[in-house]
Write a protein that binds this ligand. Sequence first.
Ligand SMILES: [Zn+2]
Length: 377
Amino acid sequence: CTHSSCQQVSSCLAAGHTGYLMEGCRVCRSRVGRVAITYVLMCLIYSSFQVDFWHPDSITQIKPQTRVDFRVEADNSFDVENILEQNGMEYEVLIDNVQALLDTQFDSNIRSTGHSYNKYNNWEMIAAWTADMAAQNPDLVSRSVIGNTFEGRPMYLLKVGKSGHNKKAIFIDCGFHAREWISPAFCQWFVKEAVETYGKDELMTRLLTNLDFFVLPVLNIDGYVYTWTKNRMWRKTRSKHAGSSCIGTDPNRNFDAAWCTVGASKRPCDDTYCGSAPESEKETKALADFIRKHLSTIKAYLTIHSYSQMLLFPYSYTYDQAKNSNELTKKQGCLTRSLPVPPNCNYRELVNTVYSEDIKNNTTHQAKKEGKNFIGS
Ligand SMILES: [Zn+2]
C-alpha cells in the first residue's frame, strides 16, 4: 500500500461521504510504534474503510511514536478493530457511538428560543448576534463585513475595544473547520466576556482601553451551515472545483505560506485539500486581505480550533527555527502558566508544532507568513 494508492482509494470513498448519520460510528485511538509495519497497517485501514482522521488531520501526517485518533463507520468498526488486534496494535475506543454524543448537543429546550452562550448557535443566530452586540454596545463594539463566502454569505467581523488613537490590535478568528463547533462558541463567549467585564475587571478594562480585538466569529460559514443541515462531520469550505465532483477546500491549508507542502493534499476529495492556488477560497482571501491591510496595527493573530489541548506556534512546515522563536517560547510559558486548566483537561500536550510532535523549537502554521506572533490552538 503506497502513499498514492492509499490516497486514491480513500478519495473515492470520501466522494460519497455526505448526508448520513453517525449512528454507531466509533472513534478509536491507536498508537503508531517504531516499526514501519504499523504505519502500513494504518495505511491499509485508511484505504479499505471510511476512516476519518481526527488526529493528525491526515494519513500523511502520521509519524512514528505518535497517537492516531480516527472515526470509523459502524459497519466497518468490527473489521478495523480486528485488523488492529490481529496485528498486535494497541487501541482504545474513545467514543463508542458518535451519533449518541452528537444528539446530546441538541438536548437543550432553549435551542429554539434564540441565541445562547450555553449552547451551539446556528449561523442565523450568530449573524443576528453580531448585529445585536454592536447595537447594544456602541461604545465598545462595531461590526463590519470583510467579504462574502463562496455561497454569498457576508463575513461579519466585530471590532471590540474603546475608541482611541493609534491603537494596536489582536486578531482572533474562529470556525475555520466547519465541524469544530466549540470554536465559534469560543469567539462569541470572548466578546460577551469583553463587554460584560469592561469597567469591572481591571485586566479586561486595560486590554480594551489599549488594544482593539478583531473577532471573526466564523470564517468558514458555508461549511458551518452545512454541518447544521447535512453532515455534522464536514470540515472544508463548500466551493466547487473544475474537473472534480468533490466539494470544498481546507481553508487552513489555503494560505500563501509553504502552500500545499507539509500536511496538505492536492486531491480535491481529501479533507486536507489545499485548493487550486493560495487564497483560492473567497473566505481565506478576504481574511488575508484584511490582515494585509491592517498589518501595521495587528500585533498578534490567534486562530481557534478544536480537538486536543494544544497551543501551536506558526511555521511548522519547516524544521528551521522561527526568527522570533525565543519570544514565542517566552509567550508560550506565560500563556500556559496563566491558563486556568480544569481537572481532566491536560495542556501538557502543548507542543511547538502541528504536524510532528517530535520536532523541537519549531513553530506552526501555514496560515500567515508575515512574521507576526501568530498563535493557534
Ligand atoms: Zn481545525
